[in-house]
Design a protein. Structure first.
Lengths: 1112, 492
């Protein structure tokens, strides 16, 4: 059809404009020309030909229809909308990340970190390498970013469930403040978690001044009251004791998981593990003795470990104290310990005596640590031992801090029962109505009980008691500050405007003090959908040298002002420059706490020991129950975090649930058969719990460990009704070891999602380890294990073979000038904490698949943590002898991701060339090309590939839907199921990583998006100089490497001799897994070395254990 | 009705030739054969046909629903999991493709080797081949994660400009199976042409006549036509023969070329081919024995046929047994702990030992009964062994594929496979599909090659002597006669 161009009508009045004389004259030629969109003179086609003939029409339509049909153009083209910024935001380039330094507050320390933001959205967290104690992040810190986007966060101030605006809350608050002012805060209570924030401390001091009769209670469920008491009694008030793991040659841990959940300070794991990676025979290693009732990460890396009931840990401490006292001639210590030490049995004595000698022999370089939750007696003894072995001032540093003025949980409970509290403001990460259920329940039974105001990230049990429930801001949304355990000052800066209108603890305190008003401007965003907002003004990017000026807002953020005030005090006066540098680097250089010189009051030990309850030896009739922190949800606060829930427990490999851990013999004695068989644990007639049991090798007999934090009725689908609530067994805040409990088989089985079915290495030399002795005799022993000594060496593929066809370079490709990426994992440093797993999930947009899919073996995590037990004897026999072997096996962890084989078995079998090699040695995935034959994963010796069995990224795997009246799991409902769940969590996704659809294979690609970004940057730097195209050594890190708390992962360019990876690969401990197949993996492992004390009675076990893993 | 010829006269025993058992019994005439075979198509189907057909169609519909569910929801509805990425899908594929081997073997290799007894069973077994290959083709087609992208396997230009990976055995599979299927269809159809003409000629009129006529391609039965036909048939037989060996060899490469312990074995190609023939013959018997009795084809499919096929089952079953043992020995002899442990776990302490026990009992032990002639003559035992072999061959593929993957290199990744209801229904559904096709074939096409069976009648022999003894090979008789006078006496 000919298109007639409709020109606007010519104005009849005013000036007349014309384009040509023809128009002016209104010639018919011009009129005709005007009617056409294009001048016919521009092409040589005559008018008649331009007319669409019928033939032409049919031809075109036929062709179009054929093309449409053939190429399926309308089929499955994903619909995506891109919204550009209407106003460009400073520094933001779409697709390029901005990095900001901040820190995650902890109870006694802080996790310094760098936040990766994309277009104003924080997408990934990684350790801050500049920070004095920084490197890597724990899994908790790593996963905290997904909490920011939790769609089930509290979103509005609510008065008994009715939503209000902040301005309305302010009105209510004004009344309250009036009341408080008149009563001087009588009956007002603040319930807080411990914090290191100087700003918060300052605000609380102001609060106490303003409302002198108010009271502040600090609590955490996994408290250390006993420890604090011991410190106060023995060392004095206001002393912070910080171990120095880097200086300790001999460490004795009494149920202290110091590399895991009981870390005394941020860098404990890094500093300790840093000395467990010898590269030559003369290197000195530290040595670790562990006594504990269950396997912890610390037990896993220990050189000598003894399973011992938790109730007997005080006995072990006492006996150790007695021995150390004897050896050092410290009669006061051995006398104080005597009463408890007498109940030590011969096995314990035989084990501790040589260990004590070893500690004393290394006086000044030894350290004893006890689990922070043990009573004052244990800690008093430990301080006594540390004093005797010269730890103070060498391996233990004492710092001066402000003495704590706040009361604790016990006081809170007492004051609550005494009706001294009229209004309690709960501002905790934890959920006191859940973890302190029995105390909090009294509120319900009271007449005129206290009014509860609750500041919370997520609606939880406490919310149900609250009059006002206020949304709490995530730490990535607010201004705050923290100190590390050693006192390094960091500022917590906001990365994003509060997504759900939350406020921080500091802001609420400021509001209580009248220094902040919740007013209308905040309301303007009330209706705004939770969406990406640009990074809050004033946040300084770490990458930009010159930090910007402070924000020029008419009314500055009160929290920001408060932090600045604190900063002035800490930094000794305000300095704009210092402030900017602190924001940029993530810490105030040179800040620390002053050292305290202490003398241990040894005389007080006896008093504390005498007060300790008598240890009860657990028996089959009267077992002990130990409530432990959970590796996934800690004390229950992370229960709504899908990544942590899915990351398998490092020891049991169970996801999404907690379990009761039992010694395999005890397990069998109870008549239990399968893991997940239910037991009933009752500690007294009114407290019992039905819980799924699991046989846990290395567990003390007649002892049950149950992780806390599960069994919550959450408002969130992630955390709702997972596992078993161990807080039901009694007031876990009062004690965590319950003696004389009865445990019976309950009948029935609870389905557990175990991500690893096999516990043994079956004699295959996968994770290799040896003793220091063996290493000293033959440093390269690890390269000869398995069948490796019988096969020809693996020739590196791309070295010295430039462009020539050879057996090691069959394609004859010219690899010169390219980076050659490689990765190494030091098993000697790896503690198995799964931080890498979570970091990878965050960086690479790996979906969560839910318990049911984990149970089916479809976990998507690209880097899995294999955990193997090693025994000295044969355990294939099912008799008691086999069970005995499981009393104290060794544990080895091995992270496994794609090994980027140079000769990759997966590549040859893909029929559609969807997985191919890059010239930089990466086994790349072309997701668009993959049709999902899954042959590659069958042929992968490392089983490193993951398949999208369902649309995990699109459909929520955690919910059920109703299809035709039948409730089915959402994933199984297919197109009838719910789609587009978790819209807010999508904001966390890394825009530089493809989101994979169902039917596609995926796997680790060495964070290729980071490599490409680095190469692009380098190209700009290099300009026209091709010699500079290679990126500098060690300038790019993979996500797992950047997150590893112990620096056990190294990545880099193998073709660059300056790169650290080259040194790692040259280590004699370096070996390839399954080298015999000839895959020539680019990822290699460094064997673990255990520093065995030959004087120990279990020396034989440790050594033969090593033989069994690798021998056969 | 023992038709075995025996020689009775002791005095002239040395000069006498054992009489061959006739391939068609009771001196059936050309007309009887045409009537009997065409009658199946022309008459109403017996009740049993409907009793079988309706459940088959139901199962077929269930299979279609399962595949629809699979494609719409994801491969996760099957039971596969890390590290068992192939399970029932590829097991079923290899199982069906194996069954599809007997047909072409009977029609091509036995044709080339002048095994005339093939004529009674070749048509049905070729049809069985086609249907089995159709069933087989469904699994690799639908097991991929993105079925709608499966055309990436075809070497056609497309926007990604990525070519196929010709190193991948899966791609070889695509070509091998599709070639096999195409050639089998042509071969089968070519053999059908004269019989279609017979049916056309017997039809009174109407749509049937038109359709049979169209498919008969104007066959008139002239000498020239026969001459060309025979040559074409011979050539196709020659073309099919290597395919019989190649298809299952290529299928076995899917496993043999990988690095997986339990798969990485050089014995696989011959072992798979032997297994395929083994399973294929069992399936032919499974189908033909009931058809023979329902449609009264005892004179055409005689005990000799059954006996021959039983012997082949015995032979191939024993070869398969040898392969099992040799595989085990090599695993030990290789010195590779991964291989050796894989086999130990298959047989002794793995999670799927029962599968191995079933496989070995059904495939190796059960056919040994065919050493006894009585067992070969007893249709109950024949049917029983065939059923064992049918099941055993499925177990064999399961053992190879699943138990190897369940216990791959890294114990940290080990996991036992559990099938889901979708796995089960899909697999059972393919039997419905297979049977439905076969029953339709019985209904509409001549189940026995009429023209060819007529060719093996004694009358078809140009030297046929109507006064000779019944059922005796006349040429052999003539030769014997030439060697020694007086004529031997054979007693029926």
């Amino acid at each position: 059809m000919k298109r007639i161009w409709q020109h606007p009508a010519e104005p009849t009045t005013g000036k007349r404009h014309w384009r040509s004389l023809g128009e002016y004259a209104k010639t018919p030629e011009f009129e005709e020309k005007l009617g056409r969109e294009f001048d016919p003179a521009l092409n040589n086609v005559g008018d008649e030909e331009r007319e669409s003939s019928r033939r032409e029409f049919v031809k075109l339509m036929g062709g179009a229809a054929a093309l449409a049909g053939l190429t399926l153009t309308s089929c499955r083209r994903p619909l995506q909308k891109v919204m550009p910024f209407t106003k460009h935001v400073e520094w933001i380039i779409p697709g390029k990340p901005l990095l900001y330094a901040t820190a995650m507050p902890g109870a006694r320390d802080a996790s310094p970190m760098v936040v990766v933001t994309h277009e104003g959205r924080p997408t990934h967290l990684q350790g801050n390498p500049l920070h004095p104690s920084g490197a890597g992040l724990s899994a908790f810190a790593q996963a905290s970013i997904i909490d920011l986007y939790n769609p089930d966060r509290a979103q509005r101030p609510a008065d008994r469930g009715h939503e209000h605006t902040w301005a309305e809350y302010q009105e209510s608050l004004n009344e309250q403040i009036g009341d408080w002012n008149s009563s001087k805060g009588e009956g007002l209570a603040l319930l807080l978690n411990p914090s290191t924030s100087p700003t918060r401390a300052g605000l609380l001091a102001d609060f106490a001044k303003t409302y002198p009769k108010s009271k502040v209670y600090e609590y955490e469920p996994l408290h250390r009251d006993g420890y604090n008491e011991a410190v106060k009694t023995l060392l004095g008030d206001g002393v912070n004791v910080v171990p120095q793991m880097a200086k300790a040659d001999r460490v004795f841990a009494l149920d202290c998981d110091f590399v895991g959940l009981d870390a005394p300070y941020e860098a404990a794991a890094k500093e300790f593990m840093g000395r467990r990676a010898p590269s030559k025979a003369s290197d000195v290693m530290n040595r670790l003795y562990v006594v504990e009732n269950r396997y912890t990460l610390t037990g896993g890396i220990s050189d000598h470990r003894m399973p011992l009931a938790a109730a007997l840990i005080p006995v072990a401490a006492a006996y150790l104290a007695q021995e150390v006292g004897k050896l050092t001639g410290n009669a006061a210590l051995s006398d104080a310990a005597k009463g408890l030490a007498d109940s030590a049995d011969d096995k314990l004595r035989a084990w501790i005596t040589p260990a004590a000698k070893d500690l004393v022999d290394n006086k000044g370089k030894s350290l004893v640590l006890a689990g922070s939750r043990y009573g004052a007696a244990v800690h008093a003894l430990v301080f006594g031992i540390n004093q005797a072995i010269g730890a103070f001032g060498t391996t233990l540093e004492t710092l001066k801090v402000e003495p704590k003025k706040s009361a604790g949980w016990v006081d809170f409970a007492a004051d609550l029962k005494a009706k001294k509290i009229k209004h309690v403001v709960v501002m905790t990460e934890t959920d006191p109505a859940y973890d302190g259920r029995e105390i909090f329940e009294t509120i319900k039974t009271m007449e005129n009980g206290p009014v509860v105001t609750h500041l919370t990230m997520r609606p939880n049990h406490t919310t149900r008691y609250s009059k006002w429930a206020l949304p709490m801001a995530h730490y990535l949304e607010t201004w705050d500050d923290v100190r590390s355990a050693s006192g390094v000052y960091s500022i917590v800066q906001p990365m994003i405007q509060p997504l759900f209108l939350g406020v921080s603890v500091n802001e609420l305190l400021l509001a209580f003090l009248g220094r902040k008003k919740f007013t209308a401007p905040a309301e303007e965003t009330k209706d705004a959908k939770p969406a990406a907002a640009p990074a809050a003004a004033g946040a300084a990017p770490a990458a930009v040298a010159a930090a910007p000026a402070a924000p020029a807002e008419p009314e500055p953020d009160a929290a920001w002002v408060a932090v600045k005030d604190t900063f002035s005090k800490v930094a000794g006066g305000w300095s704009e420059e210092k402030w900017d540098v602190t924001l940029r680097d993530g810490f105030l250089a040179g800040s620390s706490l002053p050292k305290a010189s202490v003398s241990v009051n040894v005389g007080a030990i006896a008093g504390l020991v005498a007060k300790a309850p008598k240890p009860v030896v657990p028996t089959a009739k009267a077992m002990e129950v130990v409530l432990t922190p959970s590796s996934s949800v800690y004390d229950g606060r992370y229960v709504d975090n899908p990544w942590l829930q899915e990351a398998p427990d490092p020891i049991t490999k169970i996801s999404w649930d907690n379990t009761a851990w039992l010694n395999p013999t005890t397990f069998a004695e109870l008549g239990l058969k399968e893991e997940g068989d239910l037991i009933i644990v009752s500690v007294d007639p009114s407290h019992e719990l039905k819980v799924a049991a699991i046989p846990a090798p290395g567990h003390a007999r007649n002892s049950v460990s149950i992780a806390l934090g599960y069994g919550q009725t959450s408002f969130n689908v992630v955390g709702n009704d997972r596992g078993f609530n161990a807080y039901h067994l009694g007031d876990a805040t009062a004690k965590f070891v319950f003696s004389e409990a009865t445990v019976q088989k309950a009948g029935g089985n609870y389905e557990l999602a175990n991500s690893q079915e096999s516990n043994l290495m079956e004699g295959r030399a996968l994770a290799r380890e040896g003793t220091k002795d063996r290493f000293d005799k033959d440093t390269a022993f690890a390269q000869k294990e398995g069948m490796d000594s019988h096969i020809p060496p693996n020739i590196p593929l791309y070295q010295g073979q430039v462009g020539k066809k050879s057996p090691s370079n069959p394609s004859g490709f010219d690899y010169e000038g390219h980076h050659q990426w490689g990765l190494a994992i030091d098993l000697g440093k790896c503690i198995g904490c799964t931080a890498c797993t979570v970091a990878c999930q965050s960086e690479n947009t790996i979906p969560v698949v839910g318990k049911d899919q984990v149970r089916r073996g479809r976990i998507m995590q690209w880097i899995r943590m294999d955990r193997y037990f090693a025994t000295s004897g044969d355990i294939t026999d099912r008799g008691q002898a086999a069970l005995d072997e499981l009393d104290n096996p060794e544990v080895v962890h091995q992270p496994v991701a794609c090994q980027q084989c140079e000769s990759a078995p997966c590549e040859t079998v893909c029929p559609v060339n969807a997985t191919v090699h890059t010239e930089e040695g990466i086994n790349a995935m072309a997701y668009n090309r993959c049709i999902g034959t899954r042959y590659c994963n069958n042929n992968c010796p490392y089983t490193a590939r993951r398949f999208n069995w369902f649309d995990y990224n699109k459909r929520n795997p955690l919910i059920n839907t109703t299809v035709l009246g039948v409730e089915v799991r959402n994933l199984y409902a297919g197109p009838l199921g719910e789609e587009n769940q978790d819209q807010t969590r999508r904001l966390q996704r890394n825009p530089n990583v493809t989101v994979r659809m169902r039917g596609v294979m995926e796997k680790c690609t060495y964070c290729i998006q980071r490599l490409e970004a680095a190469k692009i940057t380098q190209r700009r730097v290099a300009g026209n100089d091709p010699a500079k195209l290679r990126i500098p050594a060690d300038s790019v890190q993979t996500a797992c490497q950047a997150s590893c708390p112990t620096e056990a992962i190294m990545f880099g360019d193998l073709a660059n001799n300056d790169a650290t990876i080259v040194k790692w690969k040259a280590s004699p401990r370096n070996y390839d897994v399954l080298k015999y197949i000839g895959t020539r993996p680019r990822t290699s492992y460094l064997a673990r070395i255990r520093n065995v004390n030959p004087a120990m009675p279990d020396d034989r076990v440790v050594k033969t254990g090593e033989a069994t893993i690798h021998g056969v | 009705m023992d038709q075995t010829a025996t020689v009775s006269s002791a005095s002239s025993a040395q000069q006498r030739v054992l009489a061959r058992e006739p391939l068609v019994l009771n001196k059936r005439s050309y007309a009887w054969i045409s009537n009997r075979i065409c009658g199946i198509v022309e008459n109403r189907q017996p009740l049993l046909w409907w009793i079988l057909f309706i459940p088959s169609v139901t199962l077929f519909i269930a299979m279609v629903c399962c595949f629809a569910y699979l494609v719409s929801t994801g491969v996760g509805v099957w039971g596969q999991r890390q590290p068992v990425d192939w399970a029932w899908d590829i097991t079923n594929f290899v199982f069906w493709i194996g069954i599809g081997h007997a047909g072409t073997l009977i029609s091509a290799i036995l044709f080339l080797t002048r095994q005339k007894w093939r004529t009674a069973v070749n048509r049905a077994s070729e049809a069985m081949t086609l249907f089995a290959v159709m069933c087989a083709g469904l699994f690799p087609g639908f097991h991929v994660g993105r079925v709608w992208m499966a055309w990436f396997l075809a070497p056609v230009p497309q926007a990604n400009a990525i070519w196929q990976n010709f190193k991948s055995p899966l791609l070889w599979d695509v070509f091998a199976v599709s070639t096999y299927f195409t050639v089998s269809v042509i071969f089968w159809y070519l053999g059908l042409v004269p019989d279609l003409a017979t049916l056309r000629d017997r039809c009174v009129g109407g749509i049937k006549k038109t359709l049979y006529g169209a498919f008969a391609l104007g066959w008139r039965g002239g000498n020239r036509q026969w001459s060309h036909y025979e040559m074409a048939y011979l050539l196709l037989a020659a073309l099919s023969t290597p395919l019989v060996l190649s298809v299952h060899s290529v299928v076995s490469f899917d496993f043999a070329t990988s690095v997986v312990p339990g798969w990485h074995t050089t014995i696989f190609p011959p072992y798979f081919v032997a297994g395929a023939i083994f399973g294929g013959f069992a399936m032919v018997l499974t189908l033909m024995l009931p058809a023979r009795s329902i449609y009264g084809l005892h004179d055409l499919i005689t005990e000799k046929h059954i006996d021959n096929m039983c012997k082949i089952i015995l032979l191939t079953g024993t070869i398969v047994g040898y392969a099992y043992c040799m595989e085990f020995f090599i695993a030990y002899y290789s010195g590779s702990p991964y291989e050796w442990q894989c086999f130990q776990m298959r047989v002794v302490y793995g999670p799927s030992v029962w599968y191995y026990v079933c496989m070995f009992t059904f495939n190796v032990i059960s056919p040994q009964i065919f050493w006894f002639k009585k067992a070969r003559k007893n249709l109950f035992w024949v049917m029983f062994v065939c059923m064992c072999v049918n099941a055993g061959m499925w177990y064999e593929r399961y053992v190879i594929i699943v138990t190897s993957l369940e216990r791959i290199f890294m114990p940290g990744a080990w996991r036992k496979f559990h099938s889901t209801w979708v796995d089960n229904v899909t697999f059972i559904g393919t039997f419905g599909f297979f049977l439905m096709n076969f029953l339709l074939f019985l209904r509409f096409l001549p189940v026995i090659a009429i023209a060819e069976v007529k060719g093996v009648l004694p009358e078809s022999n140009p030297h046929y002597n109507p006064h000779g003894e019944n059922g005796i090979d006349e040429i052999a008789m003539d030769a014997a006669k030439a060697a020694a006078a007086p004529a031997p006496t054979a007693i029926a």
